[in-house]
Each structure stands twice: as structure tokens, then as C-alpha cells.
Design a protein around this ligand. Structure first.
Ligand SMILES: C[S@@+](CC[C@H](N)C(=O)[O-])C[C@H]1O[C@@H](n2cnc3c(N)ncnc32)[C@H](O)[C@@H]1O
Length: 324
């Protein structure tokens, strides 16, 4: 799985940044971050093209990396899934569409939908010159009022955070009705992001959906209390990104929560998902797992050489075979 941006997208972003003051971008990016931290939606802070460019520089690489990681987990869970049509709702600058095309090359028809015209203008500009996405149908659509067009794969990444809780079921229902095969929802890896994912999961299972990932079962989510299910994707930071964020570390870790559901039944292979970083000690390795039986912690001693060697390579977010 490659969390770095595809070269064509990187080149278009560089073209977009030509001649734009980095100082102005940094102050726009700071306003966008403050808005997110205050729990607001993007429409409060992103209304013109300059603000979208600041989003593209400061947030797109991380939301792209999260989408690429989630699509990779989807591909592992459903290797035969090969969508021909994609509808990315709340597409912003088209982020998840680009990541989906890198994962599934059979996608022949892309729809990018959003209610913010500034985002849609930039999504079109970024797509210029890349045949797989240049022909995308780019549509203005408010999920609160209208259903998106049907597609084999429907994606909505970092969008539900901007939907009022009271509207969540209605919006998730719309996304599900538009889904021929697989629906992917991605949110920030925060307690609030997870709460929306958990609510969407419950509602979708009630509508007959089956979970492909991260859960390896359709049972009630066993996570309770102050804990929240999330994952982390490391991605490189470009020089411009470092400048705009005022950061010094050349990478960042994007935390995300997600749910992938499908209409078809899922062949369950007695798998468990690693839901936090494995802990290695002198004695062995301890893995926090979520499986059909609920939450469990597996411990493998160094003396169990072969299993230990295998599990040592397993990462937070991977699935492993669960014990009976
Ligand atoms: C944080 S941005 C995420 C953009 C992109 N999906 C990404 O991952 O980079 C949230 C997007 O959701 C869109 N959005 C929020 N509410 C919406 C609604 N009711 N209908 C359509 N789009 C909406 C916003 O305009 C914005 O583009």
C-alpha cells in the first residue's frame, strides 16, 4: 500500500501552488485547523479557491493516506471486489477518488459530488491531464436534500463530521441506497469520529449490510467506555507542507476511524483485527484484538518461534487468524 500521493496528483498540486504566497496559505491553513478543532465544518472556513488550495496542501495528503489505507484493508477483505463505478460524496478536492483509482483499476466511471462549489472547481483542476479521473462527472449535491447517483463503490471520507447528528441516519441511509456493492465511510480517529462510525455501523447492519472491515463480524461493537476504535497511517510531509504547518518532523501520523460494508454475505475466515499497536517485550508479543467473540488480548511467547516470527510482522490494523 502506498500512502504517498500519485505522481500525477502531486504534479497538479504543484502547478496549483505556483505563484501562491506560502505565508497566505499558512494563515488560511491555520484558520481551517482552528475551525476543525472547534468542531466546525469545512464550509465555515473554506469558501474560496485560495482556502481550498490551503486545504489541499495541509489536509489532502493525510486524508488521501487514510483513504488509501482503508481501501487496502477493503481489498484484503474482499479480493474479488472489482468496482466499475465509483461515487465519492463530499469529495472535496477529489481525494478519495484518486486513492480508489490507485486501488481498483477497473473503475471506469467516477462521480465526484459535493455541495461546496469552491471544492468542486479545484477537484476539476486537479483532474486535468489524468484520463482515469479527468472524465469524472463532477456534481453539486447537498446530501441533506438529495441522494447521490448509484455506483458499485460509494465513498464518503471525513464528511459525516460535518453532518448534524440528527441528520446522520438519513444521510447514511442515502449513501447506502446509492451503493450497488460496497460503501466506505471514513472519519477522524477521535472519540467523536468513532461515535459517528459506530452509529452508522449499527444503522447499516440493521438495514442488512455486512461488515467487511475493520470488524471481522456483524455483532454489536464490543468497544465501550472512553475507548474508541481507530487506526493510524504514517505519511511523508513535503517541504511546503512542513512550512505551511510550521512543523519540523518530516512525517505525520493520520488517525482515522472507518467502516466498510457490503450487500453480499461475507465469507468469515475466523479472523481478528489488531486494534492497537502490538507490544513486544522480553517474554514475547501481546496483541490487542477484536473478533467475533469480542475484545481479547493474545500473547505469543518468544519460545513459540514460528508463530512469534509471523506475528512480530503484524501491524496495528492488520487481521490475523483468531484462536478457536
Ligand atoms: C473535510 S472535507 C473532506 C474532503 C475529502 N472527502 C477528503 O477526504 O479530503 C469535507 C467535505 O464534505 C463536504 N460536505 C459537507 N457536508 C456536505 C453535504 N451536506 N453535502 C455534500 N457535501 C458535504 C464539504 O463540502 C467538504 O468538501
Amino acid at each position: 500500500m502506498n500512502s504517498a500521493l500519485p505522481p500525477a496528483l502531486k504534479a497538479r498540486i504543484e502547478a496549483l501552488l505556483e505563484g501562491v504566497s506560502r505565508k497566505a496559505l499558512a494563515s488560511k491553513a491555520a484558520i481551517i485547523s482552528q475551525g476543525y478543532r472547534a468542531g466546525g465544518g469545512s464550509s465555515a472556513t473554506i469558501a474560496d479557491e485560495a482556502s481550498v488550495i490551503a486545504y489541499v496542501l495541509s489536509r489532502l495528503p493525510a486524508t488521501y493516506a487514510a483513504a488509501a489505507a482503508v481501501f487496502d484493508a477493503t481489498r484484503v477483505a474482499a479480493p474479488d471486489f472489482s468496482p466499475k463505478t465509483l461515487c465519492d460524496v463530499g469529495t472535496g478536492p477529489g481525494t478519495a477518488g484518486w486513492a480508489a483509482l490507485e486501488t481498483w483499476n477497473a473503475i471506469a466511471q467516477v462521480t465526484m459530488a459535493d455541495f461546496n462549489p469552491a471544492f468542486l472547481r479545484v477537484a476539476k483542476k486537479l483532474a486535468v491531464g489524468t484520463p482515469s479521473i479527468e472524465g469524472a462527472s463532477v456534481i453539486a449535491l447537498n446530501l441533506i436534500d438529495h441522494a447521490p447517483p448509484r455506483a458499485d463503490l460509494v465513498t464518503s471520507s471525513f464528511v459525516l463530521a460535518e453532518i448534524a447528528i440528527a441528520r446522520l441516519n438519513q444521510v447514511v441511509g442515502r449513501l447506502w441506497s446509492a451503493t450497488n456493492e460496497v460503501l466506505v465511510l471514513i472519519e477522524p480517529g477521535t472519540p467523536a469520529g468513532f461515535e459517528r462510525i459506530r452509529a452508522a455501523r449499527k444503522m447499516l447492519i440493521g438495514e442488512g449490510a455486512h461488515v467487511l472491515a475493520p470488524c471481522t463480524h456483524d455483532r454489536e461493537c464490543p468497544i465501550t467506555g472512553t475507548d474508541w476504535c481507530h487506526f493510524s497511517q504514517r505519511l511523508p510531509r513535503s517541504r511546503d507542507h512542513l512550512k505551511v504547518k510550521g512543523a519540523s518532523v518530516p512525517f505525520e501520523n493520520e488517525k482515522y476511524s472507518y467502516i466498510v460494508v457490503t450487500r453480499g454475505p461475507v465469507a468469515r475466515g475466523n479472523l481478528a483485527r489488531i486494534i492497537a499497536p502490538p507490544e513486544e517485550s522480553k517474554a514475547g508479543i501481546s496483541l490487542p484484538l477484536c473478533a467475533e467473540r469480542g475484545l481479547q488480548r493474545a500473547f505469543v511467547s518468544r519460545r513459540q518461534r514460528d508463530v512469534f516470527a509471523l506475528l512480530r510482522k503484524a501491524k496495528w490494523g492488520d487481521t490475523i487468524l483468531s484462536e478457536e
